[in-house]
Design a protein around this ligand. Sequence first.
Ligand code: MG
Ligand code: MG
Length: 258
Amino acid sequence: MVKLKTEEEIAILKENAILVSKTLAEVGKKVAPGVTTMELDRLAETFIRDHGAVPGFLGYGGFPYTLCLSVNDVVVHGFPSDYRLEEGDIVSVDCGTIFKGYYGDSAYTFPVGQVSEETSSLLRVTKESLERGIEKAVAGNRIGDVGNAIQSYIESFGYSAVREMVGHGIGRNMHESPEVPNYGHAGQGKKLLAGMTICIEPMINLGVRNIYLNDNGWAIHTADGKYSAHFEKTVAILKDRTEVLTDYDYIEGKKSYN
Ligand code: MG
Ligand code: MG
């Protein structure tokens, strides 16, 4: 069942979304060759708690960390570890919060030092595909319009969209109805209604779309070992417009914060 949100609920979801955005910005500042992904996890947890919130992923379904840190061929749900990031790597940082009883959820994939042309193109196109999906996430459209916009864009570059994992509604629960796939047919699927708050999160592979589950039971890898990128924003669908609740401007240094 889809839970439509009131203005007050959307305001709280926005507080969460902004805190997640700032946390991603803090993490992004530290991403560099030689840094371990566990260091990134620790600083995110401290930052979230210092702002009076609780890490949303920690303990969720048994997930043992604050961040999902997914390096290179890991699509999503990677564990922080003592792995030291290397020049040319990419790291998807997926972060959640709980504040005032609601969730925040957003992700950004950072290049580590200088990355190849092929890699930077994957990051750019995946982020652009998220914007194309958001453009279609308006009241009266359907879920398939969003997925189709993402899929058709990334496939025009020869990339593939992961199908087993999808975006989702968000509210008092991190994962609510509806599911928001990164593929689909325009005009099909559930209708988007004012009051829906959803996370749109393209997970885009450089090579084949196939994946496999790591022995740790969490991390999802690309079947061919090629890189995968992941960007996620939370949006609120309003009657006459769609408001993006997360804010990449913090991450990209276009807006300051404390
Ligand atoms: Mg997420
Ligand atoms: Mg999500």
